[in-house]
Design a protein around this ligand. Structure first.
Ligand SMILES: Cc1ncc(COP(=O)(O)O)c(C=O)c1O
Length: 372
């Protein structure tokens, strides 16, 4: 059986380092908002190239707190691509009005459809760097900057730790998460940088947004027991932060391994007439997922399963066709590319420890499906 993802293999390679980090936290006796969280926030910010970061309990919370920190709520529209299932929940929980736009063939936000969806009420746009592939941030910026008043750009970089945006005009490279007003990350275990449980971070270069996220993280406080706004609690814990500090040191080499695997998939599968490979069109990908499109997706998935290969679908239902977001009043056909993607996408096994024997086997099985 070739697994879709295997954390046991990764854990084996770093076990002694993790043991030492966990032991240090237990010895210190601080379990929330202590030195490990502070150090990890600084180290991660340095890695991403931003001034401020606030560690929170999950990527979903990071989205909610980011939107709230921008001062948005009921009556304010936030635009999100219709194909990215996990993003919408964190945004909706901030109480704003959800507005959807379509994606391009690669699954990232389509700036031209975004331009059609802007209204007087639009206050923010979420660009998701889906599958680790940087979204067209220049295109999105052009659309929102031409609108004539401030529209915030939120980057959802939950799948893209270490991916880079290249700005064509300036020849400049930036890590994703650092280009917008605010960036959010998830440290869910299977992410490129994953905790041993849940975790997330909000990053920004804006001190006032940073301070508001800090308050929203715990009882509206910056100084203990001096609450300034009513909020709940969403903390990254010390054990997760200590583990993430170790894993951050390995992130670039893990991303390089992912890139090599993705390149081999691309070279081997691109010529197949039955499927299309989702390619990275902008900057440098973190290759979180390797995704193909096929109009025989379900048959191919079954065939791979029968041959011992696990796959996944990201995502099988576009947001407007879920029961939860029926209230938005959309119908089938409103976001054609998002709907087509949901029928065609298939994510193949991709993780740094995938063996070359396994990779060759997967490629061979896919080719034999195409021939059959
Ligand atoms: C693009 C994207 N946004 C947000 C999230 C939410 O992150 P979390 O699972 O940490 O709440 C995820 C995780 O699945 C994601 O992939």
């Amino acid at each position: 059986m070739v697994p879709f993802f295997d954390l046991i293999r990764q854990n084996k390679s770093i076990h002694p380092e993790i043991d030492r980090a966990v032991g240090r936290v237990i010895k210190n006796g601080y379990f929330t908002l202590g030195p490990e969280v502070g150090e990890f926030e600084s180290e991660f910010c340095k890695y991403i190239g931003v001034k401020y970061g606030v560690g929170v309990a999950s990527g979903t919370d990071a989205l909610t707190l980011a939107v709230k920190a921008l001062g948005l709520g009921k009556g304010d529209e936030v635009i999100i691509p219709a194909n990215v299932y996990p993003t919408v929940f964190g945004v909706a929980l901030a109480g704003v009005d959800i507005k959807l736009c379509d994606c391009n063939k690669q699954g990232n936000i389509d700036p031209s459809d975004l331009a059609n969806k802007l209204t007087k009420k639009t206050r923010a746009v979420v660009a998701v760097h889906l599958y680790g592939n940087p979204a067209d941030i220049s295109g999105v910026m052009k659309v929102i900057e031409n609108y004539g008043r401030k529209i915030y750009l939120i980057e959802d970089a939950a799948q893209a730790h270490g991916a880079q945006i290249k700005f064509k005009d300036q020849g400049q490279k930036m890590k994703v998460g650092s280009a917008g007003d605010v960036g959010v990350f998830s440290f869910y275990p299977t992410k490129n940088l994953g905790a041993y449980g849940d975790g997330g971070m909000v990053v920004t270069n804006d001190e006032s947004i940073f301070k508001r996220v800090q308050k929203l993280r715990q009882y509206g406080e910056i100084n203990r027991y001096h609450s300034e706004i009513i909020s709940g609690v969403s903390r990254l814990d010390e054990l997760q932060a200590a583990i993430l500090r170790i894993k951050l040191k390995h992130l670039d080499s893990w991303n390089e391994k992912r890139t090599k695997i993705a390149d081999k998939y691309k070279r081997s599968l691109n010529k197949s007439s039955d499927l299309k490979v989702i390619i990275n069109e902008q900057g440098i990908s973190s290759h979180h997922l390797f995704v193909i499109r096929s109009d025989k997706r379900d048959e191919l998935k079954k065939y791979l399963e029968e041959n011992g290969i696990a796959t996944a679908i990201h995502y099988p239902v576009p947001i407007h066709l879920t029961v939860s977001f029926k209230y938005l009043g959309h119908k089938q056909g409103d976001f054609p590319e998002s709907e087509k993607l949901s029928r065609e996408v298939l994510s193949l096994p991709l993780f740094p420890e995938l063996k070359s024997k396994e990779l060759d086997y997967i490629i061979g099985v896919i080719r034999s499906f195409s021939v059959d």
